[in-house]
Design a protein. Sequence first.
Length: 277
Amino acid sequence: MKSREHFNQLFLKMKEEVAALVGASSNRLQAFDQSYQLVSQYCAQIIVPDSFDLPEQEVEFFKKIRPGFEAELLYVGEVYYILSTLPERRRDAIRYLEKQYMPIRNYQQRYQLLYDYWRLGKSEFDKQLFSRSDKNIPILLSNPLPLGDRNATPAGKIVAKFRAYDELHGFLQKEISRLKNRGEKGAHSMKWTSTKAALVELAYALKATGAINHGNASIRDIATHLERVFGQDLSQFYRTFQEIRIRKNSRTTFLDRLKEKLERWMDNTDLNSRGED
């Protein structure tokens, strides 16, 4: 089996190419059609090995690697369908998009125990859920999918759909917000005047600390909200984060600066003042 780093780099390359296609095209429907073809080609490269050296490798492949690529294919396909059936009138389009949350909620509720297991990063049932050899399906998978594919595992494709729906949820939020704010002047009264990388660093810090929605907000949800608040385009936040990760010096440049400036502010603030401008 190829290394984890190989698949990570392949996944990142796929995401970058999809983002480039969507970002460069004025015709979103065409862009997502092309993206679907592109992602299909990447998925074809994810060949299931006949065997794995270690059980942990099999679990990782069917829990993280393969579902990541399958999720992107599902997501791009869903967005293409939504855009192709979107009403022209703004009000009708907003209502239509809001209705698209329902299938997402229904699917999560159908597999609620497994969804909670996956979102919380648990692993005690991984061998049964993400292995082809273990036939003892745990109770948290109350509605298993029929395994027509001999290379499928009980929960692999379900997790892929969880990931796709998480990404789709962020897309819907962004689209609804864009339509509601269309034509509004001065919609963003506060502007982000630092770098986009700094805003992405902040977004991931909020995710890592669990400061939003008790830790249940996805990084895409957080990035979408920050986009709306500050009028920034963070569509390539994942790529920016990868660049942040490989910084040679401090990887948390903006957060380090925040801490330094706040402490200096506190030191310089008169004890009798309220800490305002």
